[in-house]
Design a protein around this ligand. Structure first.
Ligand SMILES: [Zn+2]
Length: 347
């Protein structure tokens, strides 16, 4: 997720990564050299930790904590995880993967210090959570929803990494908006501020061939915003990117699989009966396509008012703008967890 205060790296082999902290935390009582914050997900160690299941219609996210204290109760952290799972489930219509793991690793500092997602032995995300983090910081955090969004997209070849990061960048604030945790002003204001970083610069060779930070995160996000608008335009605003992604995860397209990009996009397009994603990918993959963003905001009815945005509901694409962030007609898809966290698989 592109944030001016954070840096990002790409790791190799079945990993999709955002990472900002390099503190090493070990599972002290495991009697083994097993790093909880290294380059790979500690699947075996995770299985030995007590975990709490967060469920949505038979799909489950198992949450475990690494050793160490936090400045708040685990129940508070689990409530936050449950909220983030609800955001992602509401956007995708279900949890992105049938079973998934989430490891919370207490680490030095404050706030959410980093997040990483893997899929090579099952969907798994890890959050490095500062020991001094506050409840307020969790409420404002974007990293966990970003990581859980990664679980809802197959691993694609490195040159299409922008499809993975662009998706998480675009979907995260919308998913949080749809459950009422962000305002429309925040969502569109951040897009107005961020998307210029995704425009092609001199020497750009298209999204597949320009793996810069700006093009990967914000160029990818711009691709999905344009796709969302185009799907809605072609379907008389009855369907959007959300329907495409719902179809993708319903067909098993999640981070535990490595699919060719053509299969990913065709499966997603199948959810809307269009070929918008396939067509846009063909157009933008090797050609720098610039976008007149001020004109796009004008058509959507996003109006800059100093440092904040307002809305023009008479704009030609105003109904599409509203539909993008609207809570789905079926309402929230709520994640649930046991009333009291239950321990399982203790050593
Ligand atoms: Zn990411």
């Amino acid at each position: 997720m592109p944030h001016p205060l954070r840096s990002f790296t790409r790791m190799t082999l079945f990993t999709v990564v955002i990472c900002s902290a390099g503190v090493m935390v070990t599972l002290a009582d495991a009697g083994e050299d097993n790093t909880l914050s290294g380059s790979f997900f500690p699947y075996d160690s995770f299985e030995r930790l007590p975990s709490t299941r967060i469920e949505v219609d038979g799909r489950a996210l198992s949450v475990a904590f690494g050793p160490g204290d936090l400045g708040m109760s685990r129940a508070t952290v689990l409530a936050w995880v449950n909220r983030c799972a609800t955001a992602v489930a509401t956007y995708f219509g279900r949890l992105p993967a049938p079973t998934a793991r989430l490891l919370i690793v207490p680490t030095a500092g404050t706030g959410v210090r980093g997040g990483t997602t893997w899929g090579y032995r099952g969907a798994a995300s890890r959050i490095l959570l500062g020991r001094e983090a506050t409840e307020r910081q969790l409420e404002q955090d974007w990293v966990l929803v970003h990581e859980l969004t990664h679980q809802g997209f197959p691993i694609v070849p490195d040159e299409q990494h922008w499809l993975e990061e662009g998706l998480a960048t675009y979907v995260e604030p919308i998913a949080r908006r749809q459950i009422g945790d962000l305002s429309d002003e925040k969502v569109w204001g951040d897009l107005v501020a961020g998307l210029p970083k995704g425009l092609p610069g001199p020497g750009d060779r298209g999204l597949n061939r320009t793996p810069t930070w700006g093009r990967t995160y914000w160029g990818g996000a711009m691709f999905y915003l344009l796709a969302d608008i185009e799907i809605r335009r072609r379907t008389d605003n009855h369907q959007g990117l959300q329907d495409a992604l719902g179809a993708l995860v319903a067909a098993g397209g999640n981070i535990t699989h490595r699919w060719p990009v053509e299969r990913v996009l065709a499966t997603a397009d199948g959810g809307t009966g269009t070929h918008v994603l396939e067509e846009m990918y063909d157009r933008m993959k090797e050609t720098p396509e610039t976008v007149d963003l001020p004109e796009l905001w004008r058509r959507l009815g996003v109006v800059m008012q100093g440092k904040t945005v307002g809305f023009d509901d008479e704009a030609p694409l105003a109904s599409i703008r509203r539909a993008i962030t609207a809570t789905p007609a079926g309402g929230l898809v709520r994640a649930r967890m046991p009333a009291a966290p239950s321990a399982s698989r203790s050593r």
